[in-house]
Design a protein. Sequence first.
Length: 489
Amino acid sequence: MTYEPDPRRWKALAVSLTAGFMGLLDVSIVNVALPSMQSGLHASSGGIRWVVSGYALAFGLVLVTGGRLGDAFGRRNMFLGALAAFVLTSALAGAAPNETTLVLARLAQGVAAGMLTPQNTGLIQDLFRGAERGRAFGMFGAVVGISTAVGPILGGFIIAVFGAQDGWRWVFYVNVPIGVLAFALALRLLPRSEKKQLKISSEIDFVGIVLLAVAVLGVLLPVVDADQGGLKRMWWLFIVAVVFGVAFVRWEHSVVRRGRSPLLDTRLFTGTPGYATGAAVGALYFCGFAGIWLVFAIYFQQGLGYSPLQSGLSVTPFALGSAVSAAVAGRLVPRFGRRLTVTGLGMVAVGLLAVALLAQLVPPSASGWAFALPLVFAGVGGGMVISPNTTLTLECVPVRMAGVAGGALQTGQRIGTAIGTAVLASVFGMVLGHGYPVALTVALSCAAFLTCGALALALAELRARRHRASEQEREARQAEASAADVHRG
């Protein structure tokens, strides 16, 4: 079938990315509002912690399922339904009269966001081809990176404007007008899917959903509760995760053999060039990248006495560098390919190590200004990682599997985020007795080490891509030679 570009594709992308930005932003924006929530609701520290943890768990659990549902029943339908649910649950969270209602609203909001996010990558695969797809993924990568980095800044600003007592409610209410506008525009701009005569019972792999959910839950639950002894109390869940993970892979193999529709076709990892390594690069990078924001928040707010807004502004250089380079890097993917991610990962590692060194060399009072330049450098590198890696990881994925492939990629990033945040926060706490600067240095060094792990994987994929390209070139020359022989004969 000939590809006919949708004339409204860029407007549709802008709407879908706006909605996706809200869902990803809510992962980090509430961190700075937790003290306001606790005082406003007179909530326990354990309950308030689940405002963050519950959202992250629900978000990570349904990403693959959301992608599969979009592939099967149409991305437009899934996008509109998930967006409506996200707006409603945001309003419910903002209006929550007590701790229990807030936690339940956040769990539901996480499910809605997890269903919404994979539709973005699926829509990009549907609407764009060639160099345009690289540009679109560049914008998507910018949204992923910026939403993570800008959350603490925006959250601190909202608390400063609306006050400490009820400012936390507006962290959720801000989603409502933006979401309503995005819903109205999506009704007009998103392309209608072809109607499919599908039965849910035959199209949706319910056994796979349960097996994967338990496996992901077994990894995430101890990690997100690590600061309250979750790793010691629930270590056995990692064994459960391994058992259910193996069972999930075996079940998906059997589903494919029987000719039915799997939740996650394992051929994505075994038969799609670059997908498995690209997904691993993204997960490991997020282990190092996502955890630094909590570490910086503790250092600036508890160590230096900064307000939430001042703390957020101190890491703005990273967000700015990432925003600019992600949009540019998306356009450069066809030309430079995997070299962009290799260069970007190297820049992030160097930038974080520079901040770690400066924490020992400059007075704490000068930290905000001293860290600005290396954070810009690391941010520019970060923008060269997320969007090119997303483009390159998904470039060989068939369009019919775009949603589930994007969901699996995001699931790896969510797991990486949870693990990285827990590890870096634990490392920071273990050495805090030696002072906040030392704790920051050690934690950022760990983040740089994790980033170097992602760099090693990216270098291996770069070599593999060059080998695949040389093989294809050799096969093309052989085909030309055979054709010439036939012609002469």
